[in-house]
Design a protein around this ligand. Structure first.
Ligand code: ATP
Length: 529
């Protein structure tokens, strides 16, 4: 059955993965708190990234820069002038929307009386129809939500046109409603805005789009004026560029090489939405991979390698391949600095969306900071004795977005002995709890001692849990629901006969008998590979 976001959100809350932030004060839009399990999950995701892209490579090193930089950083990077989204306000509800994330449903009445004009008159209807109005404007892309809004829109149209037999003049069928479509209101001219009243009110409900800078500002020091104005970083990338010379000068790196950073980023998103997919405080994992100039064309060799390695990382932490895709930006879809950009997309329950971006940014950043700081950020090639500004490939991935993708990808349902089971099929590497130790009974001392001893041993290596309450079947279900890959049952045979335990596999529910002193090597092979 189709996964619903509300199921994900409710599981996350119930089992301590993600909570709404400041919930006792009714929450705070765009902010989230990670619970005990979510914290482990996030940590595992970051460790996996760091292991794969920093520790396991000789050409990438890590940094951990401050979150607040000298504000000149943001002047040079272009964020002060350009890091904004187009925003519109609804005059009636006072709600704010991102203009490029709105759906509209132009309700088109094709009418005989006004027909006969075949050229598109700009109302989107074409074919001589008159546009009665943009009935509903909404954001998001939840299919059910759109459907119900569409039904409502139809009703409204019939009410406002005073007819309930609205027919398409040509086909004789019911009036054609253009399905909800994704529109960028920044493209909508003032003229169209004027001609598109909301039904009933006879006036446009939305203000014209205007730029809204996404950086959170704060003041540093005792003064609260323009001189103390500073910003919370909206990305971790700039912390890497401003440390380019420091890292180069303190290490023996030779081009091509990369600098990675994992850390918090903050964006005053106009409409945070879809749970932890788009929040106002989030974490990023970014790498700036510096290369010699010459990787300009789309899918240049370095760019291609990073796209391939990124996808293989995402599959390696357990994302189902069939849910992943690519979105290749070109031409108008490209940010002004980017030479090429390919997103790796993920099929979320609310639609296919960007999970990770891999951009070829040319020398834009190092050049801008050279210009802004007066410090030359270049590279001297010992072999050719040439000096130049390196180009850069930037893989950028949101930790929270990946956590959400992992949960959605792992969310599974099956039937065991006629009983429905919900479980998370996390890859053992990223599962928040790796093992559950279950003593068959809790009132037989030698059995409990053996279970506690095993638990103590495993605890030193992995995040494991001990559960002695309830029937064993129920305990399996509890472990399954949070995606524990292995359950170990300590039973009477363990202490009386074979000194072995039963290890149950979450996905297959198959059980194997393993001698106590082989448990750690067995698990370590399964979990750490
Ligand atoms: P969008 O167009 O969706 O706002 P973006 O293209 O501006 O995103 P980037 O600046 O490329 O995003 O950020 C790189 C990565 O950081 C994204 O692929 C995503 O994983 C993550 N990210 C960006 N914004 C957010 C956010 N508000 N909440 C959570 N993760 C985010």
């Amino acid at each position: 059955s189709k996964l619903k976001m509300e199921d994900v959100v409710s599981l996350c809350k119930r089992r301590g993965i993600v909570f709404p932030s400041s919930e006792i004060y009714n929450g705070y839009a765009g902010f989230f708190d990670y619970g005990p399990l979510g914290t482990e999950l996030k940590r595992n995701v970051k460790d996996a990234f760091w292991t794969e892209f920093v520790r396991a490579r000789e050409d990438v090193v890590g940094i951990d820069s401050s979150i607040i930089h000298n504000p000149s950083t943001w002047k040079s990077s272009g964020h002060l002038d350009g890091f904004s989204d187009p925003m519109v306000d609804c005059r009636e509800t006072k709600l704010r929307y991102r203009a490029d994330q709105l759906y509209t449903s132009p309700a088109i009445l094709l009418d005989n009386d006004r027909g006969g004009n075949d050229k598109d008159d700009g109302d989107g209807g074409g074919g001589g129809g008159i546009l009665l109005g943009y009935v509903t404007v909404m954001e998001g892309n939840d299919v059910d939500m759109i459907k119900s809004a569409e039904t409502q829109a139809k009703k409204l149209l019939k009410e406002s046109s005073g007819r309930d037999d609205v027919k398409d003049a040509r086909s004789g069928r019911d009036a054609r409603f253009k399905p909800f479509e994704f529109v960028d209101l920044t493209q909508v001219t003032e003229d169209i805005m004027r001609r598109v009243p909301s039904p009933g009110s006879g006036k446009p409900t939305l203000t014209m789009p205007r730029d809204f800078n996404l950086m959170f500002s704060t003041n540093v020091g005792a003064m609260q004026d323009a001189t103390s104005l500073a910003y919370l970083r909206p990305e971790t990338a700039q912390g890497i560029f401003i440390n380019y010379k420091n890292v180069l000068g303190s290490s023996r790196l030779k081009l091509p090489f990369g600098i990675a950073q994992i850390g918090k980023a903050f964006r005053n998103e106009i409409t945070p939405r879809n749970f932890i997919f788009r929040s106002r405080e989030f974490e990023q994992m970014e790498i700036e991979y510096f290369i010699p100039p010459g990787d300009e064309e789309v899918w240049g060799p370095y760019h291609r390698d990073w796209i391939r390695d990124s996808r293989s990382f995402l599959e390696g932490v357990g994302l189902r391949s069939e849910l992943l895709g690519y979105d290749v930006h070109s031409g108008d879809g490209l940010a002004h600095y980017a030479r090429a950009c390919t997103d790796i997309t993920f099929k979320f329950p609310f639609g296919t969306q960007e999970l990770m971006g891999i951009a070829a940014r040319g020398d834009f950043d190092l050049r801008s900071h050279t210009e802004g700081s007066g410090k030359v950020l270049d590279y001297f090639d010992e072999d050719t004795k040439e000096k130049f500004t390196p180009h850069v490939i930037e893989p950028s991935l949101g930790v929270d977005r990946l956590v959400l993708a992992l949960i959605c990808s792992a969310y599974a349902e099956d039937e065991i002995n006629g009983e429905k089971r919900n479980y998370l099929s996390f890859h053992p590497r990223i599962a928040p709890v790796k093992v559950a130790v279950l003593p068959l009974v809790k009132n037989k001392e030698p059995l409990v001692d053996a279970a506690r001893a095993l638990f103590g041993k495993l605890q030193r290596r992995w995040n494991v849990m001990y559960d002695q309450t309830g029937a064993i079947g129920r305990r399996y279900r509890r472990a399954d629901e949070i995606g524990v890959p292995y359950c170990i049952t300590v039973d009477f045979d363990t202490i009386e006969k074979d000194g072995a335990v039963t290890v149950r596999d979450r996905d297959t529910t198959e059980q194997v008998r393993i001698p106590l002193d082989e448990v750690v090597p067995y698990l370590s092979k399964m979990i750490d590979g």
